[in-house]
Design a protein around this ligand. Structure first.
Ligand code: ADP
Ligand code: MG
Length: 137
């Protein structure tokens, strides 16, 4: 059993597709082990995406992530990290496979609907960033 962190980004929340995206997870064997809707502060977003701090798109990414509320979940299941990445599709929705979340709900590489942890190490770090142990079940 594995856990991963998912964020439904401000574009998808604004579009009213929270339920449709959560259904992708639950319909594909990923259990929602924790969930909250929050407005990230600039400090939250900068810390969460610190690995991208040197990238040219960092400021735009932070601006976007604080532009409206997000829905943060811990997903749990067999191979949850890779399974979630498969369900998400490629970072650029124009390159995302048909039927993936980004192909169906994302507009462009900036507003790309979802975040998902990319490794077991980062999943543990990202889950601990947003949730305490007692919030996960
Ligand atoms: P992913 O979200 O698929 O794991 P990355 O970790 O590489 O992708 O990047 C984090 C986020 O930064 C992406 O989801 C996207 O919103 C943004 N991003 C990545 N690359 C670019 C880019 N070339 N131009 C603009 N935004 C980008
Ligand atoms: Mg990433």
């Amino acid at each position: 059993m594995e856990q991963t962190l998912s964020i439904i980004k401000p574009d998808a929340v604004a579009k009213g597709v929270i339920g449709k995206i959560l259904d992708r997870f639950e319909s594909n064997g990923l259990k929602i082990a924790a969930m909250k809707k929050v407005q990230l502060s600039r400090q939250d977003a900068e810390a969460f995406y610190a690995v991208h701090a040197a990238r040219p798109f960092f400021n735009d990414l932070v601006d976007f992530m604080v532009s409206g509320p997000v829905v943060i979940t811990v997903l749990e299941g067999e191979n949850a990290i890779l399974k979630n990445r498969d369900l998400m599709g490629a970072t650029n929705p124009k390159e995302a496979a048909p039927g993936t979340i980004r192909a169906d709900f994302a507009e462009n590489i900036d507003a790309n609907a979802v975040h998902g942890s990319d490794s077991a190490e980062n999943a543990a770090i990202e889950i601990a960033f947003f949730f305490s142990g007692r919030e996960i079940s």
